[in-house]
Ligand binder design. Structure first.
Ligand SMILES: Nc1ncnc2c1ncn2[C@@H]1O[C@H](COP(=O)(O)OP(=O)(O)O)[C@@H](O)[C@H]1O
Ligand SMILES: [Mg+2]
Length: 258
């Protein structure tokens, strides 16, 4: 059965594309057939994250009925299947996400997991990925403005009947101004299923156009993303202790949140 998961948020720039590309790469490494779809119709960037900004056919052509989904699906060197979005102004003006749900329905059965890299906000394109997915992950940063915007995405998911798997708290810095996990959970009413710290390697990986799970597989962020990927498919992930003091700490004290 295909899991269709939207990676969504209220605000832009919180880490949706980073998470989509890396969860995809991690799941692919775990032997799953994964497709990551750029559903940012007006502000696409999955192609940039993976180092290939230009593709002959894109999701725009599929949504316009001018290409089959297979023609706009590419195998990235990592083995991951990706469906990028077109980056021309004409492309951006020509679609608004209408038809995404039907396109995804056609792809069900072809992949183990389909990740929809969602658009920020709750305009038509943001909603189209929530509507097309069975489940969603809410990404937020630990600032109040980001969390209050995430709440709108939560409400929308609840209203549309899309199951909310949980919240990914990304870019936690440890500064006193960061909201705590408990505060984020209280505000959003859903559990924080992953806590990814601010990590320089994530930015270095983006600069080198490689998912951080490959660029720096032993970084804290990579282990956390791989742990999340495992949990999405019901598997356990053991962080090698020599690489992750937190893994040891969690084991000793029996708690996994930090
Ligand atoms: N955990 C992290 N640590 C450091 N930088 C991060 C982290 N997550 C994301 N970023 C950076 O934040 C920026 C926005 O991320 P992106 O995934 O494009 O956000 P979105 O898709 O939500 O707009 C990128 O420059 C990315 O490298
Ligand atoms: Mg993005």
């Amino acid at each position: 059965m295909t899991q269709v998961i939207a990676v969504t948020s209220g605000k832009g720039g919180v880490g949706k594309t980073t998470l989509s590309a890396n969860l995809g790469a991690a799941l692919n490494d775990m032997g799953k057939k994964v497709l990551v779809v750029d559903t940012n119709i007006t502000t696409p960037n999955l192609g940039f994250h993976l180092g290939v900004p230009l593709y002959p056919k894109t999701i725009h052509d599929v949504l316009k009925g001018e290409a089959y989904p297979e023609e706009a699906t590419y195998i990235h060197p990592t083995g991951l299947n990706i469906m990028p979005a077109g980056i021309s102004i004409t492309d951006m003006k020509s679609c608004d996400g209408t038809g995404l749900d039907n396109m995804i329905l056609d792809l069900v059965g072809e992949h183990d997991v389909i990740l929809l890299d969602g658009a920020a906000g709750l305009g038509k394109e943001g909603l189209s990925s929530i509507k097309a997915a069975d489940e969603m992950i809410i990404v937020t940063n630990p600032q109040l403005a980001s969390v209050t915007d995430a709440l709108k995405a939560v409400k929308m998911g609840e209203e549309m009947g899309t199951h909310i798997i949980g919240v990914v708290l990304n870019r936690k810095t440890g500064k006193p101004s960061d909201l705590t996990i408990e505060e984020v959970e209280a505000l959003l009413g859903h559990p924080v299923i992953s806590n990814i710290h601010e990590n320089d390697e994530v930015q270095d990986a983006l600069a080198s156009k490689t998912p951080v799970v490959h660029y720096a597989p032993d970084s804290k962020a990579s282990h956390e993303i791989k742990r999340l990927a495992s949990s999405l498919i019901g598997q356990e992930y053991n962080v090698p202790e020599e690489n992750n003091k937190i893994g040891l700490f969690s084991k000793l004290f029996g708690f996994f949140r930090r």
